[in-house]
Every structure is written in structure tokens, then in C-alpha cells.
Design a protein around this ligand. Structure first.
Ligand SMILES: C[S@@+](CC[C@H](N)C(=O)[O-])C[C@H]1O[C@@H](n2cnc3c(N)ncnc32)[C@H](O)[C@@H]1O
Length: 412
């Protein structure tokens, strides 16, 4: 194999199996390495590459690439590893079916391990997203971190899987521990915000919706005295069943007494005898516990899809969405449930990364990361004004979560 020009040679090996090569990974591998190296593309039998995950963003690049002579692969079987300074294998779903069992691929890798280790010491090959091979000491850390990041992202529970995986009994564990692993005092923080918001509303005739109440009735504690009717809602049927159990006074239902006491004694300055009274008030005011899905239209059961005086949504929207577009669309759907002039109470998490997660009994649920600014802008775009905001810092040991916020806005 003769070098072309001054640049060192890089062997870019791809699968030629119909399961293909990731278009985006190939484009990254090719464009980044071609500035430093002369690229030699090779596949088993020299067969043309089947690109997968082709989309509007990469179609044109691939069409131009395919029109160039460099796109015609060399025979992997003819490649002599000693002639190349670098070896790159982009993400290839097809690799498991040909490269992984190819003796020629093995030969090239062996050459790289033996020949290059003294010169570069940098053999790091990701054969497929969850298989990392050939890394040396220097690259092990990055490779394994990448592997963990990839597997973390793919193992996070999201979307329809939440139905089966979100277990109210496990979630109650978080309330038993006061969310201490996340931000000590988190439930007290949002209960205090709800208390302040509802105390400013004097009417006893308000309609209130807790959107995504989960298995909890906490939002209703401060809402009940000013509400005429309260609707609770959640995506997960088992959560709705847990709420119904509490409403029915089932002795096996979760015991919220300590949180009732916090609101009634500490925030409202009333005696503990009022706790039972408030529980009864909530049982009278809650008119329905209904299904909801913020990613669908209507976002709540048809009969309850109307405008409410107050809508609260606590730690839900980020758990239900996975992108800015979904987050914004979800917020707009929530806004349709608030009357003009009505109040929207929104609790969420400020994260440093877009992909985050929260853990319930060792299960990791995906949570979309937003900044303060983005949360506020999204509320404004959805039609809320007079936005006020409070936050508490997250516990320091989770660097990806900065704070928990409470925002309230008025529907224009
Ligand atoms: C962290 S829990 C919060 C529950 C409750 N609001 C609280 O503060 O404890 C997240 C909630 O989001 C709900 N959820 C997940 N996906 C959803 C979706 N697509 N639409 C509406 N709610 C969803 C879950 O069922 C779960 O109850």
C-alpha cells in the first residue's frame, strides 16, 4: 500500500454486512481523520457500505461522498496493518456479523497492538456501542467512561416503559426519606411554595388540577381550602390506584401525616387536630383521578380536558419529555388547561446536561435537563406571564443536578 502525499495513512474499516454502518458515526470518523490522515477505506470482500440511520442532515454528504473514488472500499483481506499509522472503526451495527469474526480484522488488530504500541500506544477500537476492545492504559478511562455514558443513556426508563416500571410503593420510599438523596427538604420546599401560592387565592370556588400527581396527594393539602373541586391525574395506572386507595381511607394506603402536619402546623399555624379535618376536606374536594399523557392530544382524559383556575405540575414535565421540542410542546399542552388569568405552578429540576435521570429503588428514570432560563422562556412561549421563581440547591454529590425550582406564571 503506497502512501498518498505527505500525510500518514489511516485505515478506516467498515462492515459490509446489510445491518450496515452508522451514517453519522462514519461521517464523523471520516471528516475528523481526513484532515490529518490519508484515509484508506476497507470492508470485508471490498463490498459497498450500507449506511443506516440516513436522514435529511446527512443524506447530501453521503451522496457526494459516494460519487468520489475514495468511497469504493479496498478489500480488507488485502490490507497490511503495518502500512497504517491509525486504524478507525466507526459504529457499525453490521460489525457483529462480519468484522467480529473476521480473521483479517483480527490480523490487523494484532499488528496494531504489536507494531504501534511502542510508537503511539493508542489502540482503542469500539466495535459496537457496547463492545470496547484493544484499549491501552491511557485510553481505557475514556473508553470505559464513554461506554458507561452510552449504556446509562440506553438503560434509562422513559416513554411507555414508565407504565410498567414506575412503582408507587417504590416511589413512596423517596417520600419516606424526604428526598434526602436529592435535596434535603425538597418536599417541604414545594409544599411551602404551594402554600404561599394558594394562600394568596381567597375564593373557595376554584377548579384545581394536579397534572401528574403520581401516587401523591400532597398538592391538594394547600389547594383544598380554596378549591371547589380538585382533579388529580397521572400517566401510570398504579399511581392512580394508590391515590384512590388513600382517598378511600384504606388503612394500607401511604401515610402522609408528617407532610400534613408540616403544612397545617408549621405553615398554616394550626393545631394537629386539623390534620384529620383537612384529609376529609381533600376526600370531599377531589372529584376525579384521571389518566393523562402530556405528549398526546388531548393531554388528559377528554371529559377533564378543560380550563382550570389553577394547574400544578410537580416534577413531571421533564420526566415525560426527552428533547427541547417535546418539552416545549408539553408546556403548550399544559397551558391549554389553564384559564386565561389562571395560575400555573410548575416544579422542576435544573440540570447541567440534557440527559439526566432520577433513581427510584435502583431504577433510573430519564429526566430532561433544562436551565432556569429555558424553563422560563418555555413558559413565556406557552403564554404565561408575571413569572416568579424560587429554587433550592440540590445536594452536592450529584453534580448533574444544580437545583430544584418552583415557578409560577399567570396565563395570558
Ligand atoms: C417524579 S414523579 C412526580 C410525581 C408527583 N407529581 C410528585 O411530585 O411526587 C413523575 C411523574 O410523571 C409522570 N409521567 C411520566 N410520563 C408522563 C407523561 N407522558 N405524561 C404525564 N405524566 C407523566 C409519572 O407517572 C410520575 O407520576
Amino acid at each position: 500500500m503506497a502512501y498518498r502525499g505527505e500525510k500518514p495513512a489511516c485505515l478506516l474499516v467498515c462492515s459490509s454486512h446489510p445491518k450496515g454502518v452508522s451514517a453519522q458515526s462514519f461521517i464523523h470518523a471520516f471528516t475528523l481523520t481526513s484532515s490529518t490522515f490519508n484515509i484508506y477505506l476497507a470492508t470485508p470482500d471490498g463490498k459497498t457500505i450500507d449506511f443506516v440511520d440516513v436522514n435529511e442532515g446527512n443524506r447530501q454528504w453521503l451522496a457526494e461522498f459516494k460519487s468520489k473514488p475514495i468511497s469504493k472500499p479496498h478489500l480488507l483481506e488485502n490490507m497490511d496493518g503495518t502500512q497504517f499509522l491509525a486504524l478507525v472503526i466507526p459504529s457499525c451495527p453490521g460489525a457483529l456479523y462480519d468484522l467480529a469474526s473476521s480473521p483479517f480484522m483480527a490480523g490487523i488488530l494484532k499488528t496494531f497492538m504489536a507494531e504501534k504500541s511502542s510508537k503511539w500506544g493508542e489502540v482503542h477500537v469500539v466495535v459496537d456501542s457496547h463492545v470496547v476492545t484493544g484499549q491501552n492504559e491511557q485510553s481505557t478511562l475514556t473508553a470505559v467512561q464513554n461506554l458507561i455514558l452510552i449504556s446509562n443513556a440506553s438503560a434509562l426508563i422513559a416513554g411507555e416503559d414508565i407504565h410498567a416500571q414506575f412503582d408507587p410503593e417504590e416511589y413512596f420510599g423517596m417520600y419516606r426519606q424526604g428526598f434526602s438523596a436529592y435535596a434535603p427538604g425538597l418536599p417541604e420546599f414545594f409544599l411551602k411554595q404551594f402554600h404561599t401560592a394558594f394562600s394568596s387565592l381567597s375564593s373557595g370556588s376554584l377548579s384545581v388540577l394536579d397534572y401528574g400527581s403520581g401516587p401523591s396527594i400532597l398538592g391538594a393539602i394547600s389547594a383544598a381550602p380554596v378549591a371547589k373541586e380538585i382533579v388529580l391525574s397521572d400517566f401510570v395506572e398504579n399511581n392512580r390506584i394508590a391515590v384512590e386507595k388513600w382517598l378511600a381511607g384504606d388503612s394500607k394506603a401511604f401515610d402522609w401525616t408528617s407532610y400534613f402536619k408540616y403544612v397545617i402546623n408549621d405553615l398554616e399555624g394550626l393545631g394537629s387536630e386539623k390534620v384529620k379535618e383537612r384529609e376529609e376536606l381533600i376526600r370531599n374536594k377531589v372529584k376525579a383521578v384521571v389518566a393523562c399523557d402530556v405528549n398526546k392530544h388531548p393531554p388528559i382524559e377528554e371529559e377533564y380536558c378543560r380550563e382550570y383556575d389553577v394547574v400544578m405540575c410537580c416534577l413531571v414535565l421533564q420526566c415525560a419529555t426527552q428533547s427541547k421540542a417535546e418539552f416545549e410542546a408539553g408546556m403548550k399542552r399544559l397551558a391549554t388547561l389553564v384559564k386565561p388569568g389562571g395560575l400555573f405552578l410548575f416544579v422542576g429540576v435544573i440540570r447541567t446536561a440534557e440527559v439526566g435521570f432520577y433513581v427510584v429503588a435502583n431504577k433510573r428514570f430519564r429526566s430532561y435537563g433544562v436551565s432556569h432560563e429555558m424553563a422560563k422562556e418555555t413558559m413565556e412561549k406557552a403564554g404565561f406571564s408575571d413569572i416568579k421563581q424560587e429554587s433550592i440547591p440540590a445536594k452536592n454529590d450529584d453534580k448533574s443536578v444544580q437545583a430544584y425550582f418552583f415557578m409560577q406564571g399567570k396565563k395570558m
